[in-house]
Design a protein around this ligand. Structure first.
Ligand SMILES: O[C@H]1[C@H](O)[C@@H](O)[C@H](O)[C@@H](O)[C@H]1O
Ligand SMILES: [Fe+2]
Ligand SMILES: [Fe+2]
Length: 304
């Protein structure tokens, strides 16, 4: 039998706090408490489970790996780098993402605005003083607006999913690597060696990455003269580059500045990945805080 006793609110809060702190210490030495499974009951980033959703994700990567080529990326960077599609604020863009669902993601089928706020709020809890990192959480996936009709409604394979360099060999650690065999660059001797068109420690800034929401949002932030620090731009630009920040491939292309920025990306990644859940954030409640950050780091209207 359970006896319910009315308790003063703060007493309950105290108790939960102690428990959470203890759990954190046990699991991640004072850092972030990562859940074991996603909302579908799988471990995060499982790409080989058998389910209808997984089949969709695998098919996504098949088309992505066949179609992203050095030439394609060059054309997209040039076309979208003009930023002549739309004029809008950062918050307008968050709202546009309300309708977007990412077909490459085995861990999340919620609208993207939920994911943005879940990431930002989870970071804010553990790093209350790094307001630039909260805002980075909020905007890191805004490049997915490329899926929207006003941006030419690009197909999913050209917007979402993990990213990787073009112009050198595709590393085995990239998910569903086998499908690269059907990519024309895979057979091009200029592009299929360890260094390809690059040189040792040339810096990630000189690498052409597969085209998608990361590089696009980086261009938008940079060209609209954000005052966010360089670590924020690095996070936005490389957060889907899992073969680097998780599997440590392509490290021979990084320079010293990349080494520094990578530390922040690795912190960020835990929040991006493990905050994905069915727990909804009250948008109206947190909106004023994020509007104040947007005002601090961005112009009122941006060119997209
Ligand atoms: O499916 C996900 C999703 O598209 C994320 O936004 C991206 O950053 C990840 O790297 C990718 O695997
Ligand atoms: Fe992303
Ligand atoms: Fe994300």
């Amino acid at each position: 039998m359970t006896i319910l006793i009315d308790q003063p609110e703060h007493a309950v809060e105290e108790e939960t706090k102690v428990l959470v702190d203890e759990e954190k210490e046990l699991v991640l030495d004072g850092g972030f408490l990562a859940p074991d499974t996603n909302s579908f009951g799988h471990t995060f980033r499982t790409y080989d489970a058998e389910s209808e959703r997984q089949a969709g994700v695998e098919n996504f990567y098949r088309i992505n790996h066949i179609s992203q080529t050095y030439d394609f990326v060059q054309r997209m960077r040039e076309a979208y780098g003009k930023l002549d599609k739309v004029e809008m604020s950062i918050w307008d863009c968050c709202e546009l993402l309300n309708d977007v669902v990412d077909e490459s993601d085995p861990d999340l089928d919620e609208p993207q605005i939920e994911h943005l706020l879940q990431t930002a709020e989870a970071i804010r809890k553990d790093y209350p003083n790094e307001d630039w990192l909260h805002l980075t959480g909020l905007i890191h996936d805004l490049g997915k607006v490329l899926l929207h009709p006003s941006f030419g409604e690009l197909p999913q394979w050209a917007v979402v999913g993990d990213t990787y360099p073009l112009g050198c060999a595709f590393d085995e650690s990239i998910v569903h690597h086998k499908y690269f065999k059907e990519n024309p660059d895979y057979h091009n001797p200029a592009y299929n060696t360890k260094y390809g068109v690059y040189s040792e420690r040339c810096g990630l800034n000189n690498i052409l990455m597969s085209w998608g929401h990361d590089d696009y949002m980086y261009l938008v932030a940079k060209e609209n003269k954000t005052t966010l620090p360089s670590a924020a731009l690095f996070i936005i630009r490389y957060h889907s580059f899992y073969s680097l920040h998780k599997s440590e491939a392509y490290k021979h292309l990084m320079n010293e500045e990349d080494d520094e920025n990578l530390k922040w990306l690795q912190i960020f990644n835990k929040y991006d990945l493990y905050s994905k859940s069915k727990v909804r954030i009250d948008v109206e409640k947190v909106k004023p805080y994020y509007l104040s950050l947007i005002k601090k780091y961005f112009p009122a209207k941006l060119r997209w």
